[in-house]
Write a protein that binds this ligand. Structure first.
Ligand code: MLC
Ligand code: AMP
Length: 466
């Protein structure tokens, strides 16, 4: 079956099926516009797409997938350091771009023109071929490219369709960025495999969710918390079928407020760039605050103690969640070292998340093993990458970055800096210009020294006490 099966067989010419902000295409128009892009790719194996929240991104990504290329979404606000790394590391041979774009230092440009159409039927690639290379942060260094096969994407979407009773009758609404699993894999490729309509609202403002009239809504907890804080917007979602939260833990007060205002208990699901979505509550099952549900079909999970020993599913024993199954990635591009570190000797993927499992199989994510991975607004941010960016500023002598609790973002990036004549605002802007803006510290504390142990290593747990 083709990866984008419903799109491949679509004959529906009704306007408005796939909408991003104020522009849309019918199913047939999208297939023909994407086929025109695929015609232009001339056998390229890896294609980069600037992933703005636009119809161009949808057509570009789908065109790449129809052509059998691995698609590399580039965050639109990635600063030069991050962008260069992604383009170079991924080995992208071409960069799709709207006409008129001038990009210094990039692979050859292929213009993306939404008015073009083609009726070429591109042969369906091998399911083992790479669909996407998604860049994601580790605790240190530059982001790593997670290689996701077409088979893994299909397995995840089929599992979610089953779990959420997601069908062509649904209208999916969201306003998530199109360079991560949540917004791109679930939020764009999902509708094209399942056959539901899509309305991407540009930015995830509560009033835009409220006005979209969808049946199925996706959001990260920050979005749900903002919606819950606007009762009129929340009440407008009463007519929906399912409100889905993921990418970070949904706070219990937000769960309760949303349930009260919308009449729907939100459904939580858990995933990672490397594993896609692996655990989810079911549309026909219980939805409890703090519970992310049960493994998707074909996914297996286990919880291990710090020595790798098994822990019971008793709702209390906490350990590292490990997963295996058809939704897992093929590894990090060019990083066999990092790859090896994420796999156990018997082939399970180490998520780095700490979980408990109830006797009935319900999973609860209790935290992360590594404090150097920060989740802010649903974005995963590596402390080391932000520290490296800060250290590139001539006025910064030492820097240590941590995630601190934040009422809106879950965690915020907080930087402790030993510097010479620098200001907080200057450093925040400096990071925002060099990396994606969401990686910028929201708070910079200028300190005289960083607490270090006898080996000279920064003791981050002591930082919040300085
Ligand atoms: C502000 N801005 C600046 C700036 N200050 N730009 C440069 N320099 C500065 N100093 C700009 C930003 O670029 C942005 O522009 C605007 O101001 C607001 O930015 P923000 O403050 O960062 O946005 P905010 O409102 O805080 O964002 C909240 C949010 C966002 C929830 C909308 O965090 C978000 O979209 N999160 C989704 C993350 C996600 O999809 N994660 C999924 C990972 S996959 P502009 O132009 O953009 O408005 C995964 C797997 C799974 O986890 O299980 O799903
Ligand atoms: P990312 O690589 O951006 O895909 O982030 C993956 C991480 O997000 C996971 O390792 C978890 O720490 C976190 N995460 C995703 N979904 C949830 C959830 N429902 N509850 C708690 N944490 C989550």
């Amino acid at each position: 079956m083709p990866l984008l099966s419903r799109l491949a067989e679509a004959t529906d010419e009704r306007p408005g099926a796939i909408r991003v902000q104020d522009r849309s295409l019918s199913w047939v128009e999208l297939r023909r516009a994407a086929a025109a892009v695929a015609d232009d790719l001339r056998g390229a194996t890896r294609v980069a797409v600037p992933a703005t929240a636009s119809l161009e991104t949808v057509v570009g990504v789908v065109g790449g997938l129809l052509a059998g290329a691995a698609v590399v979404p580039v965050p639109p606000d990635a600063g030069p350091m991050e962008r260069d790394h992604i383009l170079r590391d991924s080995g992208a041979e071409l960069l799709l771009a709207v006409p008129g774009t001038r990009e210094a230092d990039s692979p050859p440009l292929v213009p993306l023109n939404l008015a073009r159409r083609s009726d070429t039927r591109h042969p369906e690639p091998d399911p083992a071929a790479t669909a996407l290379i998604l860049y994601t942060s580790g605790t240190t260094g530059a982001p790593k490219g997670a290689v996701l096969s077409r088979r893994a994407v299909a397995a995840c979407l089929d599992g979610l369709a089953d779990s959420w009773a997601w069908t062509p009758d649904d209208l999916l609404v969201h306003g998530l960025p199109l360079f991560h699993v949540h917004g791109l894999v679930l939020g764009v490729l999902g509708p094209l495999r399942v056959g539901s309509r899509l309305r991407h609202v540009g930015r995830p403002h509560p009033e835009r969710y409220a006005g979209a009239g969808g049946s199925l809504y996706f959001g990260v907890p920050t979005i749900w918390s903002r919606i819950a804080a606007q009762p009129a917007a929340a009440r407008a979602l009463r007519g929906a079928r399912l409100l889905v939260s993921g990418s970070a833990a949904l706070p219990e007060p937000v769960f309760t407020a949303l349930a009260g205002l919308t009449g729907h208990r939100p459904l939580e699901r858990y995933g990672m760039t490397e594993t896609l979505v692996t655990v989810s509550a079911r549309a026909d099952g219980p939805r409890r605050p703090g519970i992310v549900g049960v493994p998707l079909p074909g996914v297996h999970t286990r919880v291990r103690d710090e020595h790798g020993g098994p822990l019971p599913a008793d709702g209390a024993a906490m350990g590292e969640l490990q997963v295996r199954g058809g939704t897992l990635f093929d590894g990090y591009l060019n990083r066999p070292d990092a790859d090896a570190a994420t796999r156990t000797a018997d082939g399970w993927f180490r998520t780095g998340d700490v979980a408990t499992v109830d006797p009935d199989g319900a999973h609860r994510i209790v935290g992360r093993a590594a404090t150097d991975l920060i989740k802010s607004g649903g974005y995963r941010i590596g402390a080391g990458e932000v520290e490296d960016a800060l250290l590139a500023h001539p006025g910064v002598r030492e820097a240590a970055v941590v995630g601190t609790p934040h009422p809106d973002l879950g965690q915020q990036v907080t930087a402790y800096v030993v510097g010479d004549g620098v200001t907080e605002a200057e450093l925040i802007d400096f990071v925002a210009r060099h990396l994606s803006a969401h990686k910028r510290p929201r708070q910079v504390r200028l300190v005289g020294a960083l607490p270090r142990n006898a080996m000279g290593k920064v003791q981050k747990t002591l930082l919040t006490e300085t």
